[in-house]
Design a protein around this ligand. Structure first.
Ligand SMILES: *Cc1c(COP(=O)(O)O)cnc(C)c1O
Length: 461
């Protein structure tokens, strides 16, 4: 126990407390001076990765001081407490409207939407809405809903949140396999997976593995054709976790959103290209018709009631306020300029990779600002992409290498996710380190296993 008499004059590293182990899994008996607590906990975190050098994550790693101030100052606001914090509740709804416009909702007044903790909660809500709606319609059509489990159709390059959704809700996941010709959903075969127990199809705008887009326009045509010939009203949910707040600014003519008839709900992560620190996401339904009433609950709001549909109850509103700040501060053109620059950075890094002549490219930053590649079969090198990741880690860069999803497990890829805070200068520094790492590996004497050690981990986020 500390015995310092006047704690404010004892230097932190001269204190007894600074010598005690902080990494205890038992609560200490006595309190400790806050400045010592601050320092020692910061120190305990000191050898974690540097977020700005993390090329694995889609999640925002930089925000301006003004917005971090607002977010820190609003941490106590509870997002669910709409009557205590009506302005905050209004900000959330204003964000929903702005996103509805970005996604071309035909009638913004009929859109339902909410902020969430991230796309995972948003996908859960989108999936539940599809399930409830399917059940209502199936009953009306006289289908025996207990005869078979309902199913969801999605490409095998799905993000793990969909697996969770299917497990939690006892849904059969029907995976359309990816192969070397179809790195996104195979539109030649997708409809073979559909039957009257299908709650919906998920299209992905920004496949986690490669950053490629599912062809959602084509998917919509196929679904439309199906609906014309079946009494079913099949729908599409778009998982636009990474693309939803990027594409509207960069490729406004790409048809993937509510302009397509059968796209009824969309989610996106505010903390990816919405440029907010983690955890905020969004899910919107094109029309209240697509959000079954059972999923809408009422909370009190200024003496009346307000509908809510989130799974979580209490959480800080500061992320919502951060999103609102970004929309207000950057405006449409600000987002466009930031994203265009990020795309340029990604394309310059793709060029660096291509120029080595060693890699086959899967993405050169042309969809999302993502660079994804594999070693050419005839690269004729003694090292693997995993070795290259390790080598880059020595300079602080976190660059993931991982196998493609099942059916393509033998293809190992490496991926760089470029984010807004990766400026061209930082990218140049990375490119230099990347080339140096290859040179070092090519000259190094590497002891290898006879067989490469395989991992089955999924890419991050
Ligand atoms: C990141 C991601 C998710 C999960 O989003 P969180 O916001 O991290 O919960 C879901 N789907 C796709 C396609 C993603 O890229």
């Amino acid at each position: 126990m500390t015995s310092e008499k006047n704690q404010s004059v004892v230097p932190i590293f001269g204190s007894n407390a600074s010598e005690e182990a902080v990494m205890l899994d038992k609560m200490r008996m006595d309190p400790i001076n806050p400045s010592i607590a601050y320092r020692l906990i910061k120190d305990e975190l000191i050898n974690e990765g540097n977020a700005r050098q993390n090329l694995a994550t889609f999640c925002q790693t930089y925000m301006e001081p003004e917005v971090t101030a607002i977010m820190a100052e609003t941490m106590e606001k509870n997002a669910i407490d709409k009557s205590e914090y009506p302005q905050t509740a209004a900000m959330e709804q204003k964000c929903v409207k702005m996103i509805a416009d970005l996604w071309h909702a035909p009638n913004r007044d009929r859109v339902m939407g909410t902020s969430t903790v991230g796309s995972s909660e948003a996908c859960m809500l989108g999936g539940m809405a599809m399930k409830f709606r399917w059940r209502d319609r199936a009953k009306k059509n006289g289908l025996d809903i207990n005869a078979k489990r309902p199913n969801l159709v999605i490409s095998s390059a799905y993000q793990v949140c969909w697996e969770k959704f299917c497990v939690y809700w006892d849904i059969e996941m029907r995976e359309v396999p990816v192969d070397s010709e179809h790195l996104s959903i195979n539109t030649d075969t997708v409809m073979d997976y559909v039957d009257e127990y299908t709650i919906g199809i998920v299209g992905i705008l920004g496949i986690t593995y490669t950053g490629k887009f599912d062809d959602i326009k084509k998917l919509d045509e196929l679904v439309e054709e199906y609906n014309q010939t079946h009494n079913q009203d099949l729908v599409i949910h778009v998982d636009a976790a990474s693309g939803g707040l990027f594409v509207p600014f960069i490729e406004p003519d790409l048809l993937w959103d509510f302009r397509l008839k059968n796209v009824v709900s969309i989610n996106s992560s505010g903390h990816k290209y919405g440029l907010v620190y983690p955890g905020v996401g969004w899910v919107l339904w094109k029309d209240e018709e697509y959000l079954p009433k059972e999923l809408v609950f009422e909370v009190s709001y200024l003496g009346s009631v307000m509908p809510t549909m989130a799974i979580n109850f209490s959480r800080s509103a500061s992320q919502i306020i951060g999103q609102y700040y970004n929309f207000y501060r950057f405006g449409f053109n600000g987002y466009k300029e930031i994203h265009e620059r990020t795309k340029k950075v990604a394309m310059s890094l793709a060029k660096t990779v291509e120029e080595t002549g060693l890699f086959k490219m899967f993405n050169t930053g042309e969809n999302l600002p993502i660079v994804c590649f594999t070693l050419k079969e005839d690269a004729n090198v003694e090292w693997s992409l995993y070795d290259l990741s390790d080598r880059l880690q020595m300079r602080g860069w976190q660059v993931p290498s991982y196998p493609f999803p099942k059916d393509m497990q033998d293809t190992i890829v490496q991926r760089f996710v470029c984010r807004a805070d990766m400026g061209q200068n930082m990218a140049n520094a990375f490119a230099k380190d990347f080339n140096a790492a290859i040179k070092e590996l090519s000259q190094a004497r590497i002891l290898c296993h006879k067989e490469p050690v395989k991992t089955t981990v999924k890419p991050e986020h």
